[in-house]
Write a protein that binds this ligand. Structure first.
Ligand code: ZN
Length: 452
């Protein structure tokens, strides 16, 4: 356990024994083991935080011989960084080099200080830029902030390392950025997906309104985009492609870890960056997530400036082990599935809106659903799920009773808890009702996104 996707006893992550796949998987696994050993050995000596955590766990660095041995080391949660940095400023004992050797120091929300080591492309973004099809000489408008947080310079460094020319647009100023992109003949965009749409719509308005865009014969804005920092819902990607002709790729990373994953031309999950180890651990008991199961992205990185051992990002993803036709090795991450903090603890187990969505979201008989966590008179947690059944005449309907029994089993399997499942009349659950509501008196009321 603890090494890549747990696969329920098939013996192979891919479940496909073709020699080519098995070979690249073995290679991938061996490389991960080497990276884990290196990160622990280096971190134990150069990072006070890692050395201290290993000692407290009673783990000698030489006992870690691969990813499986990481399971003995407690996870350091990103949420713990602010306190750690206050106690041991500015980097909480995690910096492995003298501060004088750094290039820049940033501050991200938290607040968390992030170091940028010397050298080009410190966050290793160039492979993501290339996988997105950018080529040397492409002019790219970068709309991430160049101020305080590392986003802007992170992307900037990756594009420059890939040979692109960056227009440092920064945040906001929609009209000025449209004008700038047209004037500089920018064919590439870097930023959030939503701001890309805003720029494209503004450009269309300006053209339609006959406003004197200085260069009316300029080609359409942007052909290719690398987006990150926000989810890219499939309908938005389709719209950007079909309505505006922009080929959009996602990359995923954090200020602490640098690039973690990115899409290739298949756009079917994120290939994991080659120079670090990602484990996906189920929130709550922190066991390795099975294929398709949501788990926290936990990072181990032998970075010489800022080594990480089992750093819990708080982001949720899932493994997708089927080999990618592009030929890159190893399993992919199935996109961003939310944050760990969005889960609710029921009977000591985390229940997450994503698990409910996985169990019920795509089911053809489920019109709408809502899970409610309550306390009974004895203060015990109760999980109840109300479901509107498509075409059902009510709970007395024999077919509905059958469907309810089936859905009850699906929910129990997804959340690993027994739930009371009840069919309700169409229209009972409001359209914008949250999918998961915590009504326990002992906790502040919390709710989560709509269930359909
Ligand atoms: Zn691929």
């Amino acid at each position: 356990m603890g090494e890549g996707p747990a696969t329920g006893g098939t013996g192979s992550v891919t479940g496909r024994p073709e020699p080519a796949t098995a070979g690249s998987f073995a290679e991938w696994k061996a490389r991960r083991d080497r990276l884990a050993v290196r990160a622990v050995a280096y971190g134990a000596v150069h990072s006070r935080e890692i050395g201290g955590r290993l000692r407290r766990a009673g783990v000698a660095p030489e006992e870690v011989r691969g990813v499986a041995d990481l399971a003995r080391i407690p996870v350091l949660s990103k949420d713990d960084l602010p306190a750690l940095q206050v106690a041991d400023p500015p980097f909480g004992g995690m910096l492995a080099v003298p501060v004088e050797s750094l290039r820049r120091i940033y501050r991200s929300p938290g607040p968390i200080h992030d170091p940028e080591g010397d050298g080009d492309d410190f966050w290793r973004l160039a492979p993501a830029v290339r996988a997105a099809g950018f080529r040397p000489g492409d002019v790219v408008l970068n709309t991430f902030s160049y101020h305080l947080t590392p986003g802007g310079l992170m992307l900037d460094a990756g594009f420059r390392a890939a040979g692109c020319i960056v227009v440092p647009g920064g945040v906001g100023n929609t009209a000025a950025q449209v004008e700038l992109a047209i004037a500089t003949r920018a064919t590439g965009y870097a930023g959030t997906p939503q701001f890309l749409l805003t720029l494209l719509e503004r450009a269309r308005e300006l053209r339609a309104g006959g406003r004197p865009l200085r260069d009316r014969d300029a080609p359409p804005l942007f052909r290719r985009a690398l987006v990150t920092g926000a989810p890219l819902p499939p309908p938005l990607r389709a719209r950007l492609q079909e309505e505006f002709g922009v080929d959009v790729y996602q990359s995923y990373g954090t200020a602490d870890c640098g690039t973690l994953g990115y899409e290739c031309e298949r756009k079917d999950g994120w290939h994991v960056a080659r120079d670090l180890v990602i484990e996906l651990l189920v929130p709550g008991d922190r066991r390795p997530a099975a294929e398709g199961q949501a788990g926290e992205v936990v990072v181990t990185s032998p970075n010489e400036v800022y080594p990480l051992v089992r750093f819990g990002t708080g982001d949720l993803s899932a493994w997708k082990s089927e080999p990618c036709p592009c030929g890159r090795e190893g399993p992919r991450l199935a996109g961003f599935l939310g944050r760990v903090g969005e889960g609710v603890k029921v009977k000591g187990m985390f229940v997450h809106p994503r698990e409910l969505a996985a169990a019920l979201g795509g089911d053809p008989v489920v019109e709408r659903y809502q899970a409610v966590v309550r306390e009974d008179a004895a203060g015990r947690d109760r999980l109840a799920v109300r479901i509107e059944i498509a075409g059902g005449r009510g709970e007395k309907d024999a077919r509905v009773a059958e469907e309810v029994a089936r859905l009850r089993a699906r929910v129990a399997e997804a959340v690993k808890l027994r739930a009371e499942v009840e069919a309700v009349r169409a229209g009972t659950i409001p359209e914008d009702a949250p999918a998961l509501v915590d009504e326990r008196r002992s906790r502040a009321a919390r709710s989560f996104p709509p269930g359909r």
